[in-house]
Design a protein around this ligand. Sequence first.
Ligand SMILES: Nc1ncnc2c1ncn2[C@@H]1O[C@H](COP(=O)(O)OP(=O)(O)OP(=O)(O)O)[C@@H](O)[C@H]1O
Ligand SMILES: [Mg+2]
Length: 364
Amino acid sequence: MGAAVRIQEFTAQGFRNLAGVRLWPDPGANVLLGSNGQGKTSALEAVDYVASLRSFRGATRAQLLGHESPMATLGLRVDAPTGAREYRVRLTRTAREVLLDGKRPERAVDYFGSAACVAFQPGDLDLVRGSPELRRRLLDRVLLRALDGYGEALKSYTRALKARNALLRERTPEARAVQSYDYPLARYGSALTRARGSLAAELREAVARALGALDLTGAPVELAYRPRGAPDAEAFTRMLAEALPQDLARRTSTVGPHADDLALAWGGKPARVVASQGQTRALALALRLAELHAVAARNQCLPVLLLDDVSSELDRPRTERLFAYVAALGAQLWVTTTDPSIAALVPRARLFQVRDGRVSPEHV
Ligand SMILES: Nc1ncnc2c1ncn2[C@@H]1O[C@H](COP(=O)(O)OP(=O)(O)OP(=O)(O)O)[C@@H](O)[C@H]1O
Ligand SMILES: [Mg+2]
């Protein structure tokens, strides 16, 4: 699977309630232990923010800045298979500055490639229960890291889609003008459909493996990519032409990867309606572990795994199985919990106390 990405140092200042955080995690397993509201999720969110440049809680920049601070600075020193890297991110209400080894990164893959993180957090239950957007974002997260050109295709596609939708919302949209976007939509959209389609096939296997590890194999899980576009540009163009009357009537674009889904079925029924609380959590976790596998397989490097409050709906045997499984993967692991007895289940972990926005090593 390739060598693991290991965070060697993490600093945070002025991000949510974090202040003066500087910690040196273990290359293997780490547990952040603390009571409610002390900053555990914020710490993982900060690490993941540096790696993905978005908040896993869907927060805006203004929401991430500490209530009293005009600026947040985050830093990661990373030992990646491609070498040592230093990431710095500075946020203000109006701007974001990103430095990789002291310079503005030139290509998206340079930046995202060597700080790969996969985060699981309680909001991820929406991967199973929520709208397709979150599932599309999971696909994009992997592909942005792994596939040169994917970021550019996504950007170009989104730009063309926005312009087309703006035309469709005009009082009397002109069909010819709307059709002038067919070329970029079909070209970039078909590239997105192809990439997502092959990724979905990889994810399907990895999800089944992770569920096996969690001992939740009872009902067969099906993961099906439901594209709303086509993998080749010609077929995509035909779909756009066929959809044109409908698009004019609905005043929006109905064909294309912006409407894709990754459908999840549990025992033949949509998972969102049949999965129990614990099954939902296990399924969401399995999707994140599949994300980890996919990034690892495509980038030849194993991402850091961040698990926020992972045990809250899993029973104890499954929590133990989970920790054993992730320890065996060899990825650097960060786990948060409020419960010292859960902390004790993580094999060979370095323990940190999180209190009032500060993180300190726990000496045992
Ligand atoms: N922008 C912000 N500025 C300052 N404090 C914030 C900001 N956003 C959230 N907080 C506060 O930061 C604290 C830590 O939140 P966080 O979600 O990290 O807690 P947690 O340790 O994960 O708690 P829990 O165990 O309940 O999940 C909370 O008191 C929260 O209200
Ligand atoms: Mg939390």
